[in-house]
Design a protein around this ligand. Sequence first.
Ligand code: F6R
Length: 612
Amino acid sequence: MCGIAGYIGKNEASEFLMDALKRLEYRGYDSAGVAVLDKNGEINCVKSVGKINALEKKLKEKNLSGRSGIAHTRWATHGHPSEKNAHPHCDCEGDIYIAHNGIIENYKALKSKLIQAGHKFKSETDTEVITHLIESHFQGNLEQAVLNALKHTEGAYAIAVISKNDPGKIIIAKKSSPLIIGIGENEYFIASDPSATVGYTDKVIYLDDGELGIITKDGYKIISIIDSNEIHKDHCKVDLDVSEVQKGGYDHFLLKEIFEGPEVVKNSIRGRIIPDEGLVKLGGLDVLDQKKLRNINRIIIIACGTASYAGLVGEYMLEEYAGIPVEVELGSEFRYRKPIIDERTAVMAVSQSGETADTLASLLEAKRKGALTLGIVNVVGSAIARETDAGVYNHAGSEISVASTKAFISQMTVFALLTVYFGRTRNMSLTMGKRITEEIQKIPSLIEKVLESDGQIKILAKKYSGYKNFLFLGRKYNYPIAKEGALKLKEIAYYIHAEGYAGGEMKHGPIAMIDENFPCFFIVPNDSVYEKMWSNMEEVKARNGKIIAIATEGNEDIKDLADDVIYVPKTLEMLTPILTAIPLHLFAAYVGIELGCDIDQPRNLAKSVTVE
Ligand code: F6R
């Protein structure tokens, strides 16, 4: 949430800064700004409301020249999107500029003290208090002023600060929100995540909480915010390709990422299956004491949004085939509950970004309570990946579109792998292990078949895009897919309201809404609950509801009840959600396009929810 960038070195700062903002735009896109120190020692700042291309247009009129600068793309928390509230923010004199990601929780108290001391505020943001705090502590040395200012703040921050009175350096600091330094040849890049530095450098340092960096064109120094002691950190090599952050011939990242489904599953399972032995090898978990893993008698999955639906699918898989009791908790709830955890409980965080504040906070709480912490994370080196005792990377590649699709597919795939991994050290037979792993390996080609329905789904999107409400129903493994289908539709085609329900729950309330204007998606592959779902379809039909069914290939009977049918190939019941999710992702994308929505960056949203 919010992206920040910085540059210092031999080239024009605004080139990298604008590139970085475009790459980080998924983190927030209601306003943006850039501030550059010019050769006369003045800081020039340009801000704009709306997307980065609006800022780019403005910059063409006002060329910002200089070799160091900072930039920001905003997702509003305090104060509505406006130029006045857009970052970078400056102090009273326009000497110090700051870009900030996070929330300063005690900003109100700080602001009134600063106002009493004569500081003039120009915005409604929490961020501006940091600038004035730095100003009030500034005595010629920027890092010292930042260190002193941060001692007064509570909350989360990743900041980049420049000052015309201590030029030639950028000061950065981190607590809870992500920040990296990219190391180039006589140039340094600062960004919220490494996607911004792809193509500039693959050498990256991840700042940890409580660290402050002093970056000049000749080098960097990292010190502790608490005691100012120097911290020596090694850089890591980031394995990202420029093609991952480009649309690759598609008009939208969202469509590109949905169509990457087969490749995503291949990457998630590559080298992890031993077919003859019906076994799964997960390097990230093999590092743990195997006795400890075998001792786990309960798993609590923590996640938010779409990742939590993958967790629900995982719950059903792990309970049915590995025999381990599993609960799924939303990060935002878990962190404020008093969960009962003992040394045999594993708490497993599921997160694409590895940054989600609620999931991370829950994980840290579980760690404090002595749980073994595990993760299913896509972004390598992210906070959640670093905080867990062990985990499994998705290897889904960069997910740029704000709505999570390919990561969801990959999270369910990893849960299938985990089911075999845990199951085979418990009661799962060799035959069952082989059966599941054989079927997992077929998933990429089965997804390719699902994607062949693309044309039909586009037509259906046109047909149904005029409806204002939708109900999504599924049962057992496909109950979470009903939730996911509804979430995606309301998120991507944001003029439509949708609800996702368990089929059996329909008559406990939602059936009241059904009439000819309320289409229902039924996710009804041939599985153990098919007959039950059939009864639910009859109930909707009896009330003149329109039915769109996602059914197994060859099921002709379904046409008796459904107005439209999208077929998916047959697979094991536990793997059906990986296939049934895809038509729903495509449907949401095409309805969004029909309605003129920005499907990559839907309104009000941002990827990586790094605030509570
Ligand atoms: C929905 C979506 C969100 C995320 C949620 C968790 O399409 O993308 O619901 O799934 O914000 O994000 P991560 O997985 O990064 O923790």
